[in-house]
Design a protein around this ligand. Structure first.
Ligand code: FAD
Length: 289
């Protein structure tokens, strides 16, 4: 397979996030989704990691399986939370030995039941996991960026400083989803002003259901602009129209970001292909990957 940093250096990219399925039914649906995605020839796909290590085996086996048989490189998400350094070293060593070259190093969020008990993980921040991954293998290591600032940060300036420090030792970043292009553009400018010019891929979440995205937005500290809410509420009675408007909103944002020089688009697919396929077609992304 390929290191994503090498692919990014060749031009703009188009990538897709998925999560490991929990049930045999969800697994069958993912097989169909992957067949759709294979036709798009994405630059890479990334596979999430469950909080507290809940998908440890499933993330591993899906990443290894995709790296062996899919049309694009698969990147494994990995989180510090709830793991010891020895456990993380073992997970990274297993990836290295299986030929996996790309890791997204995250802090994760300590499971609610462990909060306050002090078992939120031996590594405190994502930057520590970047260092550990570098010591285990010659991985391409990505990190997360938060255009509106990470919700726990005391202020935006502090968060940008930590982001710039983390990105300076990583290969590239992928952002949390967001709906205002300005949040992404100012974040990029502020990180560049600190002398860090690694690629920052914007993460795009097509809205297919307003209440579920609103729940996620609340957890991640993402603002959903009033104009976006009004457009979706105007068609709220018809799920098909909500999905169509959600794609339109994602395309408008994606086009603006590409026009402003973003290094590509990373789509949060939620393991469903329809919205990702529509964005790919509407924006003519075939030339990107
Ligand atoms: P960090 O970079 O460690 O930052 C966390 C907080 O600590 C921030 O407020 C930051 O400003 C602050 N900070 C950083 N360094 C320091 C320092 N040295 N001193 C003091 N403060 C510091 N979660 C999952 O569980 N599984 C996934 O698969 C997953 N995938 C994701 C993919 C993407 C693209 C994104 C954007 C997020 C993903 N997340 C995932 C969520 C992520 O784990 C949470 O957003 C988490 O709360 C922060 O992770 P981080 O890696 O950005 O943390």
């Amino acid at each position: 397979m390929a290191r994503i940093s090498d692919l990014l250096s060749r031009g703009r990219c188009f990538s897709i996030e998925m999560f490991p399925p929990k049930t045999p039914e969800a697994e069958a649906r993912l097989v169909a989704t992957l067949a759709d995605f294979a036709r798009l020839h994405p630059t890479f796909v990334s596979i999430t990691y469950g909080a507290g290590g809940s998908t440890r085996e499933r993330t591993h086996s899906l990443v290894v399986q995709l790296n062996e048989s899919f049309t694009a490189a698969a990147m494994a998400h990995l989180v510090c939370a709830a793991h010891s350094r020895a456990e993380l070293t073992a997970i990274l060593t297993r990836y290295r030995d299986a030929g996996v070259e790309n890791i997204l190093a995250l802090r994760g969020d300590p499971p609610r039941e462990s909060q306050g008990r002090g078992d939120s993980g031996e590594l405190a921040y994502a930057i520590d996991l970047v260092g550990l991954a570098r010591s285990v293998g010659s991985f391409c290591v990505a990190v997360a960026a938060h255009p509106e600032g990470h919700p726990e940060s005391p202020d935006l300036e502090t968060d940008r400083r930590h982001l710039a420090g983390k990105l300076s030792v990583a290969d590239f970043a992928i952002t949390q989803f967001f709906f205002r292009a300005e949040d992404y553009l100012s974040m990029v400018e502020e990180v560049r002003a600190q002398g860090v010019d690694k690629p920052i891929l914007p993460g795009i979440m097509p809205i297919t259901n307003l209440s579920s995205v609103a729940r996620m937005a609340e957890m991640t500290g993402t603002a959903i602009p009033g104009e976006v809410v009004s457009r979706l509420e105007a068609v709220a009675d018809d799920p098909g129209s909500v999905a169509k408007v959600g794609v339109e909103i994602a395309c408008e944002l994606g086009q603006r970001l590409l026009d402003e020089g973003a290094p590509g688009l990373h789509i949060y697919s939620m393991n469903m292909s329809a919205a990702t396929l529509a964005i790919y077609e509407n924006l003519g992304l075939a030339g990107l990957a």
